[in-house]
Design a protein around this ligand. Structure first.
Ligand code: PBG
Length: 320
């Protein structure tokens, strides 16, 4: 075996997996009511942007060759129904219009479609009388959000709330609203993970009563069930499907890749990023090397696209 490993040139020539800038999607945060970017302590190097600074960052990412971004909003006010998620002047709609004006089609704009950043109780949907998340009432809200995002210039929407039937409902709403060209990147196999901690700081979300999302996100003990979720989403019209988080679910990524014919994305989430940054800060690991190894592994497992907070950093080293 060592004959093929003798030189960097041989190793490069024979590499089975090549991570490219074109595989990366940058998740970005925009916060309402601030006049300068605010750093997120648990995500070193990541900030809550103003509209202006987010547009500037998107422009920089385009220059580096990053093809797409996912945007999350942090509204100034939260309420029981998450009004800001679908308001025409909601923080994500405002930044989408600014991005579209600045970049037109130079970058694929994919707003995250959920309510948790906007609800005062922190759940991804509307609550019923007993405090549970009401699936079908939530679908109606998701359709309103999808239409608001499409109207503001989204190329695709990315529903992340794990309600049953969300992809089919959103697809129908977009089609009826005249947005049949707007695609759906479905967070299909999204697990109830402890790795979303830093993200919740980034979007200022606390789930009421110390609750969790296990009644809608997937149980991490289940792999076959992830395939059912993915198959349902494809049948409902998902253009692309996603597995999330990434590294603890590489088996799921590989199984999904084998099972479907649509593009597969994986989300290297906030906790995965934060662990690398924290250990690197202590000098315990070589951060950039570990990031490259981890993200290459996600691609090797079968992901066509990777959402990662390392996108900008990695794009600088990978070149476009
Ligand atoms: C929900 C959403 C979450 C993430 C993306 N969309 C958090 C959650 O489900 O609690 C997590 C992303 C990350 O950790 O990087 N809208």
């Amino acid at each position: 075996m060592r004959r093929l490993r003798r030189s960097p040139l041989l190793r490069d020539m024979l590499a089975e997996t090549r991570l490219s800038v074109k595989d990366l999607v940058a998740p970005l945060f925009v916060r309402e009511g601030i006049d300068a970017p605010v750093p997120i302590a648990s995500l070193p190097g990541v900030v809550q942007h103003t509209t202006e600074s987010l547009v500037k960052e998107a422009r920089r990412l385009v220059g580096l060759g990053v093809p797409a971004l996912v945007v999350f909003g942090v509204p100034a006010h939260k309420d029981p129904t998450g009004r800001g998620a679908s308001a025409p002047d909601g923080v994500v709609q405002v930044v989408l219009r600014a991005l579209r004006a600045e970049l037109a089609d130079e970058m694929v704009l994919i707003p995250d479609l959920c309510l948790d950043e906007y609800t005062d109780h922190g759940h991804c949907g509307l609550l019923d009388k007993r405090g549970g998340v009401d699936n079908d009432a939530t679908l109606e809200r998701y359709c309103e959000v999808a239409l608001a995002q499409a109207e503001a210039g989204a190329h695709m929407v990315a529903p992340s709330g794990m309600m049953d039937g969300q992809v089919g409902a959103i697809r129908a709403a977009l089609d009826q609203g005249g947005y049949s060209e707007v695609g759906i990147l479905a967070y299909s196999a999204k697990f109830a993970s402890a790795l979303y901690g830093p993200f919740r700081e980034a979007v200022d979300v606390t789930i009421a009563g110390g609750g969790d999302r296990r009644a809608y996100q997937q149980d991490y003990r289940n792999g076959r069930e992830a395939l059912r979720e993915v198959e349902l989403d494809v049948a409902e019209g998902a253009d692309m499907v996603m597995v999330k988080p990434a590294l603890t679910y590489l088996d799921v990524v590989a199984a999904v890749r084998a099972a479907v014919r649509v593009p597969v994305a994986a989300y290297h989430v906030s906790g995965e990023y934060a662990m690398v940054k924290a250990a690197a800060e202590r000098g315990w690991i070589d951060g950039p090397a570990v990031a490259l190894e981890q993200l290459t592994a996600v691609k090797r497992a079968g992901a066509d696209l990777i959402l990662t907070y390392f996108a900008g950093e990695l794009a600088e080293t990978l070149g476009s």
